[in-house]
Design a binder for this molecule. Structure first.
Ligand code: ZN
Length: 218
């Protein structure tokens, strides 16, 4: 448990970030805050400040735009994240990737574990690694536990793209970037990815860039 004296600097830092108004600045790879792991949230920000901070994170995620944002990505080392994916993709992509809409939600102290043997590999990107995408194999189903912004516990199984998003964001809180789990030879600029690798699966990218890709078992 942090004492009130320990808590002050984080709250002050958040107040300072919020004082500018508008979207928060996103921290890019290379900043240690993305690598050192975030501390569990246990009231370091009082409820009003927490609500204002989460709203600013949501605004920042929308402005980026992105489908998830973890507190370390705005320089705050607390286990907090926001996610939201309206999933505006063609049916073909929706089916191949399981990219179904994920309504806005807050993850407080989330953690996940595999909820089945399945893994799926797709291109993904990160607001803290601007300009690039790479293929990452992730669990297709995870059990996610944590709390919402009011402290109510959740324990549920997610699959498809929502499972990918919560794995990516929870990894941020552990100091892990998607590149740590990515297939290095799949690395593509956003331009190259849009031009060449927008197919529903990375099968063609694997063949032409030279990396292993195992289509999911039927
Ligand atoms: Zn990210």
């Amino acid at each position: 448990m942090a004492t009130p004296r320990d808590r002050a600097p984080l709250a002050e830092r958040v107040e300072e970030l919020l004082s500018a108004g508008g979207p928060l600045a996103i921290v890019a790879a290379g900043d240690p805050v993305l690598r050192c792991g975030a501390e569990p949230f246990d009231g370091q920000l009082e409820p009003g400040l927490l609500a204002r901070f989460l709203e600013a994170m949501r605004v920042t995620m929308h402005a980026a735009p992105g489908v998830g944002l973890a507190a370390p990505q705005v320089g705050v080392g607390l286990r907090l994240a926001v996610v939201e994916d309206p999933a505006p993709v063609p049916d073909e992509v929706r089916v191949a990737r399981g990219r179904v809409p994920l309504p806005y939600r807050v993850l407080v102290n989330p953690s996940y574990e595999a909820a089945g043997p399945g893994r799926a590999a797709f291109y993904e990107g990160c607001l803290s690694v601007p300009g690039y995408q790479a293929v990452v194999a992730r669990h297709t189903e995870v059990r996610l536990t944590g709390q919402d912004e009011r402290g109510r516990a959740f324990d549920e199984v997610l699959s498809g793209w929502p499972a990918r998003i919560v794995q990516h964001e929870t990894d941020h809180l552990d100091g892990t970037l998607y590149l740590d789990r990515a297939e290095p030879r799949s690395l593509a600029s956003n331009e190259a990815a849009a031009l060449r690798w927008s197919q529903p699966t990375p099968e063609a990218a694997a063949r032409e860039l030279g990396f292993e890709f195992e289509p999911p078992a039927p």
